[in-house]
Ligand binder design. Structure first.
Ligand code: 5CA
Length: 445
């Protein structure tokens, strides 16, 4: 993409309404625009990152054997009366009446709707296990929407629902979700720690939240520092192997890590003092096992081998897709702007032309851009006729992890400059070598 043909409305000034760094940078980098309290338009740069995050979520869900579908944002109140949650949910639910006076709502979550789909089409234990998920906009009329996309009213969530014949099978689904989420967050450059949590309005016995440590996080967290060292890494996971999946979950949940809702001072005090940490975290996901809480009242049953019908065991599993943009920026930035991890960056690299209009520099930039494109890596080429300092400031603000700088002086010596946004280290090399380096970096992502 050439910057002169793109739509990147960067702001020079710090927006007064933004209290935390991720919100500030998302506004300044022209990623989002607020349309009403807690409701945002996604401008092209923000939308590219959102789509990349969605793509990683889809890939990891597919790996775990979970199946994508798409349910609507608007739901019928009658469905929610069946579970008893229409009255329970309170003021967070946006209630709407259509022209026929039918009561509707903008879905805050989809347990009821997915249970309705299940009971309409599945009747036998032979069709299980089954996990269905979607990535869809939700609405929660939060009392205090704030911090930009971090606590929105309209926000994008991945929500998945497992259907199993027994508790044991449903707990395997729970574990599958935990492991697939660990991989999902790691691919986004995040360390998200599963912490025992409270189930709130979703209900259920077993639940973990995934927290990214950040000073601006809304949750208070208590943990053994050793938990932050754990990595899933490149190990292969057989999602059908219950013992393998359960062992990974044990590895990641044996060390103490809890939110204030479930904190146990006595257990915490048993951790060696040097590793005992209190901090704050951003909740980027939550998984629940709630058994037959929805299947029983809503009649979602399957016939088992002896011919009798039993309600299915379920759980629901959410990832805060739009919130993740804020969480990634909170975890990865400096005083000049965002530093995108390669896994989610909106463009593979930036190309800065130091002397727009210079025939050699223009040709070299065009050639680098084309060579990267041919290898499947889209660059953002700053071809504006502005000072080099302004180009660097824009690149630093929008946070592309790599920058290739091209100028007449370097070209006379046969080199361009490749700079890492994270370390600030620059290296001179021929243009072809810079392209090859970018390709090698992304081959490992
Ligand atoms: N049905 C279950 C799981 S599918 C559910 O709704 N879980 S949840 O309430 O925990 O939401 C899932 C994730 O959505 C949260 O972990 C959080 O990352 C994100 N989320 C929740 N509320 C908001 C909000 N107001 N703004 C942005 N993200 C949110």
């Amino acid at each position: 993409m050439r910057l002169t043909r793109y739509f990147l409305p960067v702001l020079k000034e710090n927006p007064a309404e933004a209290q935390i760094v991720s919100h500030r940078y998302m506004l300044r980098a022209g990623m989002i625009k607020q349309q009403a309290a807690g409701i945002y338009s996604w401008l092209p740069l923000g939308y590219r990152v959102l789509r990349r995050i969605e793509q990683i979520v889809h890939e990891e869900q597919a790996r775990a054997g979970h199946i994508a579908l798409l349910m609507p944002t608007l739901q019928s109140a009658d469905l929610w009366r069946e579970s008893g949650r229409y009255d329970d949910y309170g003021q967070e639910m946006l209630r709407i009446t259509d022209r026929q006076d039918r009561e509707m709502l903008y879905g805050p979550t989809n347990e009821e709707m997915i249970t309705d789909i299940f009971r309409s089409h599945v009747g036998s234990y032979k069709d299980l296990p089954l996990t269905l998920y979607h990535i869809q906009w939700k609405f929660r009329d939060e009392m205090r929407p704030r911090f930009g996309v971090m606590r929105g009213r309209e926000f994008l969530m991945k929500d998945g629902y497992n259907f199993d014949v027994s508790k044991e099978d449903a707990l395997h689904a729970y574990n599958r979700h935990m492991v697939s989420y660990l991989r999902t967050y790691e691919r986004m450059g995040l360390t998200a720690i599963p912490m025992r949590a409270d189930s709130g309005p979703i209900g259920g016995e077993d639940t973990h939240e995934f927290l990214v440590l950040a000073a601006t996080g809304e949750s208070e967290v208590f943990y053994d520092e050793a938990v932050t060292e754990l990595k899933l890494g490149a190990r292969t996971v057989d999602y059908d192997d219950r013992a393998c999946v359960a062992a990974i979950c044990r590895e990641f949940t044996s060390l103490y890590a809890r939110t204030d809702e479930t904190h146990d001072a006595a257990l915490f005090d048993a951790i060696p003092a040097a590793r005992r940490k209190v901090g704050r975290g951003i909740e980027v996901g939550q998984i629940f096992y709630f058994g037959t809480k929805y299947s029983e009242p809503m009649g979602a049953t399957v016939q088992i081998a002896d011919g009798s019908k039993v309600p299915v065991h379920m759980g629901s599993h959410g990832i805060g897709v739009s919130r993740l943009l804020g969480a990634i920026i909170e975890a990865s930035h400096d005083d000049k702007g965002i530093i995108w991890p390669e896994g989610v960056t909106p463009f593979a690299c930036g190309i800065v032309n130091l002397k727009q209009g210079d025939a050699a520099a223009d040709a070299a930039c065009a050639a680098i851009y084309a060579a990267l494109g041919a290898l499947g890596h889209e660059a953002l080429y700053d071809d504006r006729d502005v000072r080099a300092g302004e180009k660097f400031a824009t690149m630093d603000l929008i946070g592309l992890p790599w920058r290739i700088t091209v100028g007449p002086r370097g070209l006379a010596n046969g080199v361009v400059e490749l700079t890492s946004r994270r370390t600030g280290i620059s290296e001179e090399m021929p243009a072809e070598a810079a392209v090859a380096r970018i390709a090698a970096i992304y081959a490992g992502v």
